[in-house]
Design a binder for this molecule. Structure first.
Ligand code: THU
Length: 160
């Protein structure tokens, strides 16, 4: 038996003011997109913004449903939409943030497990690391690859 450790890397910024311009723009778009949420059950409005390698940005928000599992998170909604428009362009970055009671949450809104899995396959598909920017009213977490968000990812993509 060997005990092993996996390290993940991330950057923590104190506020949006510390971010580089393109991360800041993407996060601001994600925050604005949260206003499009349909969240009558959780009242947790999440916005996501996806930037593709060609510079195009797509935003979306969580969409809930009375049959709870039928709803969809902001991140998957934005990713699926972006990749439906440009199936052959890799995803470069995704930003996410949530708004409750009209304010950005005080703690970062980390993508759920299912969204991490979808991000992971987007990354494999594009063959480029996806930068993930996770916002809050305070600190902002940035990972340079989905591998840092989802170690031991399930990956079953057929390879030539
Ligand atoms: N949600 C997202 O859209 N993204 C996340 O990263 C976390 C959770 C949504 C799902 C549901 O509509 C609401 O937030 C509460 O869980």
């Amino acid at each position: 038996m060997q005990e092993k450790t996996i390290n993940i890397r991330y950057k923590e910024y104190e506020s949006v003011l510390e971010l580089g311009q393109s991360d800041r723009l993407l996060l601001e778009k994600a925050i604005r997109a949260a206003s499009g949420a349909y969240a009558p059950y959780s009242h947790f409005n999440v916005g996501a913004a996806v930037r593709l390698e060609n510079g195009e940005i797509f935003t979306s928000a969580n969409q809930e449903n009375a049959a709870f599992p039928s709803g969809l998170c902001a991140e998957r909604s934005a990713l699926f939409y972006a990749q439906s428009q440009y199936p052959d362009i890799p995803v470069a970055a995704l930003a996410v943030a949530a708004v409750t009671d009209g304010k950005v949450t005080p703690e970062p809104t980390y993508p759920c497990g299912a969204c991490r899995q979808v991000l992971q396959e987007s990354q494999e598909r594009g063959n480029k690391p996806i930068r993930v920017i996770i916002g809050s009213a305070g600190r902002i977490i940035v990972t340079e690859s989905v591998a840092d968000l989802l170690p031991f990812a399930f990956d079953n993509l057929p390879r030539q």
